[in-house]
Design a protein around this ligand. Sequence first.
Ligand code: NAP
Length: 472
Amino acid sequence: MSKNSSNIMALVPKTSNKRETVCIFGTGDFGRALGHKLIQSGYPVVFGSRSPWPSSLIPKDAEVLSHAEAAQKAAIIIIAIQRQHYDFLASLEETLHGKVLVDISNNLKINQYPESNAKYLAQLVPSARVVKAFNTVSAWALQSGTLDASRQVFVCGDDTEAKQMVMDIVRALGLTPLDQGSLLAAREIENYPLQLFPLWKLPFFLSLGLTTFFFFYCLVRDVIYPCVYENKDYSFYLAISIPNRICPIMALVLLALVYLPGVLAAIIQLYRGTKYSRFPDWLDRWMLCRKQLGLVALAFASLHAIYTLVIPIRYYVRWTVEDRTISQALNNKTTPFDNTNGWLSDSYLALGILGFFLFVLLGITSLPSVSNNVNWREFRFVQSKLGYLTLILCTAHTLVYGGKWFLSPSSYRWYLPNAYMLSLIIPCVVLVVKFVLILPCLDKQLTQIRQGWERNPQYSELSNHIINKSAV
Ligand code: NAP
């Protein structure tokens, strides 16, 4: 009974307004911003500083004392000082005995020191209980209240009670603590703010490489070839025509590259007859950045839509239409309306519009605020089923656009096919393989494998053996 009631008590938030005093060492940018926020949340704040006298910069409800005096007034001390100045803390060892020291520091480089800053602090003051927290929150965000993107505070430490005390403060500030485990995790947490878009690197370099390739490909075919063989200057193509050729190609290729790793993973699982075998590292990394690849693809598709909208107002297009009309009038000849071309043109546009609409829908559902509000099945339905439908529509859009010129010799310049033909290779491969994979005989086996079935159960015995061995 008493156990139950203590559990219930643990779930009930503390209603008392009385908050424990929090001490902050250092009156720099972060110390002041955090102090201000703590005072707003009802915490008495005392600063420990080398200059222990009031200043207009320090929140006026806070006390400023020497480090030793300030430390005596609180059980929790937030160390808002750069790591390289931590040495003096060793001399306060006696005062800091049993106190909770919150290490909020960051470094300038990933893995700058052999040990994490939090570990270093724990070594300097072994009798204190060190907790890592707040390092991913910026002083500016604390001060301006713009914490939407950084509401999560990663917390780690070896002392559970100390960690809990810090997490209570984090919650009281309106932030979300995320317990990352023991102090060993501090090294990783300290690296978080130093990472530069880790999941965007592959999509960025891949897009850059492919865009450069297609740019020079189109330049050779559409500008240099007419210049050499027809003595025509089409260099103005560089402004709109070539970008409007590259954007849809990139959108289609990157969208196909979002679905290609899933198809490869399915083939690997079918071949191995198990899901309990790790994918190669490159495939793992590729799968992790599929969302980013898809967003880059959406950006290219959006640019293509904008470029397409300006086509009718281009001088070159207006001139071509006028020239054709005048020459027809002069020759007293009209081109008859071709119903097939009417159908082809409208179908190609309709497929493009629908494909782009679904593309945008996919982009919207990948936003955290939307994806958090759909369950796993709904998310899978949108990203997988609608995703493939988008790929089908966009591939069909490209096929209908240029299908009739595929075999025409005039569309090959220096034996190079039109760039959009190249862009169809990966999407068609992905769609064909996916079609094969959903054939009932393969789909059934794949579903079984993904539910844990193994063709060769010896594998699990082997993996269990390895796990047991590593546990010993
Ligand atoms: P800061 O503006 O340079 O302030 C550091 C403070 O440390 C100084 O104001 C000073 O306070 C104290 N200090 C400087 N030299 C000292 C020494 N030799 N001995 C003892 N104390 C000394 O730095 P900050 O931007 O506030 O950052 C403080 C810590 O928070 C750093 O570890 C940083 O990595 C971390 N952090 C900062 C941010 C941010 O947005 N700024 C975000 C996350 C984490 P007194 O003059 O009062 O002694």
